[in-house]
Design a protein around this ligand. Structure first.
Ligand SMILES: Nc1ncnc2c1ncn2[C@@H]1O[C@H](COP(=O)(O)OP(=O)(O)O)[C@@H](O)[C@H]1O
Ligand SMILES: C[C@@](O)(CCOP(=O)(O)O)CC(=O)O
Ligand SMILES: [Mg+2]
Length: 327
């Protein structure tokens, strides 16, 4: 039995635009998904108590048997389990063990579908745990690469390498197309996260931006402008000038909003943080609902968000310089 964990992330800059080859800077945070893999005779059995479908937690047997605890459409369960199924397929491939059976247990403290990269953390930790269980030790970058293949497959061919690379490596990273690197010397950033309790569908939101970008040149220009913000932001990041970083985060949020991926509650959390004098605030991840990230080393944004209608939870999330690791 092997347990591995991998961190979630926030985007300092660049989500969505990164799907079209612009750079992005995601940062790993101290919230993790833990995956335990145990080799069994055959098939795949998954315990994922954090995942609720129509109010049911999921116990899933991927070998064709319906599990009695689940009273929702099998297709919904299949969709929810896509990331684990594909991660296990990658592990079998890496270990050259196509018939290996697994019992997989997943638990974490990253809200699901909220822009904090729970899917990438799950996939990265699952590939690490399952390959180690089969006696194969992959490097973090090999895991990142296989995890990207999984997100790409599950999200209908629409995914960047950003989330999976960040989760595998930890720290602040820069991703532009296939060029993925860690940003050295960034050890701390004062992230405050507001969570509206909701979720967005990453695949759908990415498809929405793709559609807008295809229909309007100015939407394509907006995507390019997000890339410009990232290029500016990465040079500011090394100076530690939070005021300018925050200004660029605000700008980035405005452009994401223009691309239609913000929401009323995300906007109101962003404004609550700004009104409390955070350096800046933006949505993180695919959007539609879920989380915002503010930059604030005081407790002011944290306190303001606590009293913001629509904000269900607020917490500080330190930069996690550790990526995937065995527990
Ligand atoms: N702890 C978990 N247990 C089971 N499934 C999970 C877990 N964390 C993430 N997932 C899977 O990842 C999906 C969320 O991924 P996604 O929509 O990309 O949002 P995000 O990556 O921002 O959290 C969930 O619907 C589920 O399929
Ligand atoms: C919108 C996007 O840039 C980030 C999605 O992040 P999340 O799954 O919402 O945490 C998509 C991607 O990069 O694959
Ligand atoms: Mg995701």
């Amino acid at each position: 039995m092997v347990t591995s964990s991998a961190p979630g992330k926030v985007y300092l800059f660049g989500e969505h635009a990164v799907v079209y080859g612009e750079p992005a800077v995601p940062c790993a945070i101290e919230r993790r998904v833990h995956v335990t893999a145990t080799e069994i005779d055959e098939g795949l059995r998954i315990h994922a108590n954090d995942l609720q479908l129509d109010g049911f937690t999921v116990e899933y047997s991927g070998d064709g048997e319906s599990h009695p605890d689940v009273d929702v459409a099998e297709s919904l369960v299949e969709a929810g389990m896509g990331y684990v199924n594909e991660a296990v397929a990658q592990a079998r491939d890496a270990a050259d063990a196509p018939g290996a059976g697994f019992e997989i247990s997943v638990e974490g403290d990253i809200p699901l579908g909220a822009g904090l990269g729970s899917s990438a953390a799950l996939v990265v930790a699952a590939i690490d745990a399952a390959t180690r269980e089969l006696g194969v030790g992959l490097s973090a970058s090999e895991i990142a690469d296989r995890a990207y293949q999984v997100e790409h497959a599950v999200q209908d061919g629409q995914a960047s390498r950003a989330d999976t690379f960040c989760s595998a490596m930890g720290g602040a990273v820069r991703v532009e197309g296939d060029d993925c690197r860690r940003l050295d010397g960034i050890d701390t950033l004062p992230f405050v996260i507001g969570y509206d309790g909701g979720a967005g569908d990453t695949g759908e939101l990415v498809a929405g931006v793709r559609d807008l970008r295809g229909r309007y040149d100015f939407a394509a220009d907006t995507v390019t402008a997000i890339g410009d913000i990232v290029r500016e932001g990465e040079s500011v990041l090394v100076t530690g000038d939070y005021e300018r970083l925050g200004e660029l985060m605000d700008f980035n949020h405005g452009l994401l909003s223009a691309l239609g991926v913000s929401s009323r509650s995300l906007d109101s959390m962003v404004w609550a943080a700004r009104d409390a004098d955070a350096h800046g605030a933006k949505l993180t991840g695919a959007g539609g609902g879920g989380c915002i990230v503010a930059l604030d080393e005081t407790d002011d944004a944290l306190t303001a968000l606590k009293y913001t209608p629509g904000c269900e939870d607020v917490f500080r999330a330190g930069l996690d310089t550790d990526g995937v690791r065995q527990e």
